[in-house]
Write a protein that binds this ligand. Structure first.
Ligand code: ATP
Length: 892
């Protein structure tokens, strides 16, 4: 049987029972979906549950806990005092694993959902209409519309082509784009690279356009057959998480080391081996911030969710933290900084005065407009309610809109002037050419429209040159995008591959000036960015004068920031560019290829660069930028694929929202570290100190685990949801490698650790030695119970110290209701564990009198009071500093 490339296009259509104009109907699609399934590659096996559990067990903190279970089990057997301790610690290990796995799963799910939201779409003809559908929904027989920038959704036989060029490197290894031709019919077997009448799934349209009919989908496509190669490596750990692991690792190391030293010294001094081992376990457990990883993952995914709500889809988790450090945002102009609603404001035919769009058109002016329209590829969609939508490039939509306003019947017009040949527009060439049969005589009419300084028209003399310049510059100074029209008549057309020869010796017809107003929210965001130490750079294909005028309206140019053009940029060496980069805020007449140099120059200055992009040629810059941002509406699939984040509304203001969220995530992680580490270090200090004072162990490993996991873990989880401090955008960006402990955090940690340890020791002393009630005598058990409660309560209350720089008296329930609820739950758990006699007795807690309870509560409040005092001072100092406009580093 013949394969698709051996058959003519019409035969293929017939076999697939589809009409090229109508495409498939909804019923056809349902039937075919049942027959062929979804158009996606089979998913590769994910990590199984057992592997996930084993993975968790390799974690140092889990290993330490398991070691603790074994030791306490040994102790329980030796002493015969029941197995409650190993059971509780074992339970915590299991709970930790379950929690880690479920959290990982929900994080995975959230990321998958986001990936689906940003999954590729394609344009097909169904039910007689062009429609955008998800690539997974394509079925064999679908008529696919191909344009530059599209990823091909399935294997397909071409039906018509116009200069269609496809990058098939992922399939054939061929780096040059393949030229396609629908009219070819090949004989016999042909290697993929030679199948010029076929296109293949996941390859990229780099130029031209075409129509194709889907022949195979999903795993039956060529790419499906080698889809294993397409599996992306899933990097789930970000540099920040790695840094955090190092923090956790260092503390564990210190604790394990001190445990070993204590053990060795103790044994040499003849202490009992078992009790020394128990001490070692307690130390190790105390040191491990068991819930740190979990809370950080949660904070990151919470950030991702928040960003998605604000129209920023994160594709790579890493982007969340990099956004917080972003110091330079390079943004495209059209559509991102401006509204992409283009309106023609001026028309100028050479030899006449410029006119407004509202003026009546003379016959000659009308013909000028018609020529512009001939060179447009827009289509008109009429809705049932009579509303007309213009589909296609926004510059061309402006021309079409004016033509409609002037009473031109677009459909009849297109029939009257069918195109004979076309050289499509590209952002690198900045012009395009259309050829029609000459309506005013013999031969062909060549119409070229594009940038003023790119079109090769004949200039008769210097006066003419100056006049053209003058009119152009005046329009550009009014922030207008200018389209130049030039044309000529030729007798014959060159061959298909030599069409560009037509773009020479044209005669200048005139100009149009188009307005595209700035987005009001972009103006505000640029101002906010400036305050946040972030510089906005505008990149545009427009003329330097137009670009400068808009940059002024947007507030990108406020003082002496410079404008540089693409050709000027080419003149500069990389070193020269890196040296002078700070001077330029606007890049005009640039090609997408220039963006990579801009990114690299800023990066060589140690800046963290976010760069936007939408086209295929933007992908190297998007990949290279610290945060590559693709446009969700106007972006090509390739740009999206190369990006770290997608803006679903194409709006600059969304970038700033994402930056705010990124900073907030960093602040929350810093809070979490502050929160957990104070508790961990305090526990180490308390145990070591007690040992030095010759006291018995103030807390058992089981108690420590309860404090760490319940007392820290539960409020810590709610900390991930802490809202951002409104002042977060008044500070400079977070340094790329800024320490979590900078900005005075170390001092407050030390201060808190001292306070924690002091109150705990006092509690222990009172419980052990001081008679405070007639009913309950001092004892080791009472001392341990008091230590457990004081340490537990102070740890929980510490969350309010960490939460915000605001005084606790100014916090409200609405700030973070989950946090308050979690705190209450933990208090309830601790009180239940110690005060309910049956539970308390099983866990080894002693009953306490009301005096003991009052002492516990009083002592537990002291560290918070110390922290409040410190906050008060700091707030007074920072208010004074703000008055003096001193930019303070971020503090918790
Ligand atoms: P920006 O870079 O500001 O986002 P852009 O990417 O649309 O805008 P280009 O497409 O490179 O910029 O356009 C640059 C110049 O090319 C414009 O100033 C205009 O003169 C010309 N131009 C743009 N679109 C067309 C078009 N459809 N046909 C002909 N010329 C065009």
């Amino acid at each position: 049987m013949k394969t698709w490339h051996e058959k003519g296009a019409s035969q293929v259509l017939e076999e697939l029972q589809v009409d090229v104009k109508r495409g498939l109907s909804d019923e056809d699609v349902i039937k075919k979906r049942e027959q062929y399934g979804e158009n996606k590659f089979a998913e590769f096996k994910k990590e199984g549950l057992l592997t996930k559990i084993l993975h968790q067990l390799t974690d140092v903190s889990q290993l330490i806990l398991i070691f603790a279970v074994i030791l306490s089990l040994g102790l329980a057997i030796r002493d015969g005092h029941g197995f409650i301790e190993p059971i509780v610690i074992g339970g915590i290990v299991i709970m930790n694993i379950i929690l880690a796995i479920t959290q990982e799963k929900s994080a995975e799910k959230a990321m998958e959902a986001l990936a689906n939201m940003s999954s590729p779409t394609c344009l097909v003809i169904r039910n007689g209409m062009q429609q955008q559908i998800m690539t997974v929904d394509v079925v064999p027989g679908d008529i696919i519309v191909l344009k530059a920038g599209n990823l091909i959704p399935s294997d397909a036989r071409l039906i018509s082509t116009n200069n269609l060029q496809i990058d098939e490197s992922s399939l054939t290894g061929e780096s040059e784009p393949a030229e396609k031709d629908a009219s070819l019919v090949l004989e016999g077997k042909a290697p993929l690279g030679d199948q010029k009448n076929m296109v293949f799934s996941s390859c990229l349209v780099t130029g031209g356009k075409g129509l194709a009919v889907a022949t195979s989908t999903g795993m039956s496509t060529q790419m499906g057959k080698i889809s294993a190669l397409l599996q992306q490596d899933k990097k789930t750990r970000t540099p920040l998480q790695n840094r955090l692991n190092r923090v956790g690792g260092t503390i564990s190391f210190i604790a394990i080391l001190s445990a070993v030293i204590l053990l060795v010294v103790g044994i040499m001094q003849g202490e009992d081996l078992w009790s020394m081992l128990l001490l070692a376990v307690a130390l190790a457990v105390a040191a491990v911030p068991e819930t740190l990883n979990l809370i950080v993952t949660l904070t990151l995914t919470h950030g991702v969710k928040n960003m998605a709500e604000k129209h920023a889809l994160i594709r790579k988790l890493q982007a969340v933290e990099t956004l917080g450090s972003t110091s330079i945002i390079c943004s495209d102009k059209t559509g991102t900084l401006t509204q992409n609603i283009m309106t023609i404001k001026r028309l100028w035919i050479y030899g006449e005065e410029p006119i407004k769009e509202t003026d009546e058109l003379s016959e000659e002016q009308n013909w000028f407009l018609e020529k512009l329209l001939i060179a447009c590829n827009t289509t008109i969609e009429r809705k049932d309610d009579g509303e007309i939508r213009i589909l296609g490039d926004s510059t061309e939509a402006a021309i079409t809109r004016l033509a409609l306003d002037k009473g031109i019947d677009i459909d009849a017009f297109r029939k009257r002037y069918p195109k004979v040949a076309e050289i499509p527009f590209s952002s690198s060439r900045k012009m395009m050419t259309v050829v029609i049969k000459n309506p005013r005589g013999s031969g062909y009419l060549v119409i070229t429209k594009g940038a003023f300084d790119r079109i090769p028209y004949i200039i008769k003399n210097n006066d003419q040159r100056l006049e053209l310049q003058d009119v152009h510059n005046k329009m550009a100074a009014d922030a207008m995008r200018i389209i130049t029209l030039a044309s000529k008549v030729v007798d014959e057309l060159p061959g298909k591959s030599e069409l560009e020869k037509l773009e020479a010796d044209l005669s200048f017809d005139g100009l149009i000036g188009i307005i595209d107003p700035p987005r009001p929210e972009a103006i505000e965001s640029i101002r906010n960015a400036r305050r946040a130490g972030i510089r906005t750079i505008m990149i545009t294909g427009d003329h330097a004068a137009t670009a400068a005028a808009i940059a002024r309206e947007l507030g990108i140019i406020v003082a002496k920031e410079g404008v540089i053009t693409g050709p000027e940029l080419t003149e500069l060496s990389d070193e020269e560019l890196a040296e002078s980069i700070e001077f330029y805020s606007v890049y005009a007449r640039v090609s997408p290829e220039d963006k990579l140099r801009i990114v690299e120059a800023w990066q060589s200055r140690e800046e963290v660069v976010a760069m936007t992009g939408d086209g295929v040629n933007d992908s190297p810059a998007l990949r290279s930028a610290d945060v590559g941002i693709a446009m969700g509406i106007n972006g090509t699939d390739v740009a999206k694929g190369a990006s770290d984040m997608i803006l679903t509304d194409d709006n600059f203001a969304t970038i700033m929202d994402a930056v705010t969220e990124g900073r907030n995530v960093f602040a929350n992680i810093r809070r979490t570290i502050y929160f957990l580490i104070v508790c961990n270090i305090s526990e180490i200090v308390i145990i070591l100190g007690s040992q030095l004072m010759g006291w018995a162990m103030p807390v058992t490993p089981m108690m420590l685990i309860l404090i760490n996991v319940v007392g820290d873990g539960i409020p810590g989880l709610a900390l991930a949801r802490e809202k951002s401090d409104p002042r977060i955008m008044n500070r400079r960006p977070i340094g790329r490698n800024e320490s979590f402990f900078g900005g005075g955090l170390i001092e407050v940690i030390i201060q808190q650790v001292i306070a924690f340890a002091a109150v705990t020791w006092v509690g222990y002393y009172i419980g052990f030695y001081v008679v405070v009630s007639d009913t309950i005598a001092p004892s080791y058990a009472v001392a341990q119970t008091m230590v457990f409660l004081i340490l537990g309560f102070t740890s929980v209350l510490h969350v309010f110290t960490v939460k915000s720089r605001k005084s606790i008296f100014r916090m409200t329930f609405r700030d973070n209701p989950r946090l308050i609820i979690n705190v209450v739950i933990v208090f309830a758990i601790f009180v239940t564990l110690t005060a309910v006699p049956i539970i308390g007795a099983t866990l080894g807690f002693a009953p306490m009198s009301s005096n003991h309870w009052l002492i516990v509560i009083g002592l537990s409040l002291i560290p918070m009071a110390v922290a409040e005092y410190e906050k008060l001072w700091d707030n007074i100092k920072s208010r004074m500093a703000e008055k003096n406009r001193v930019n303070r580093p971020i503090k918790r």
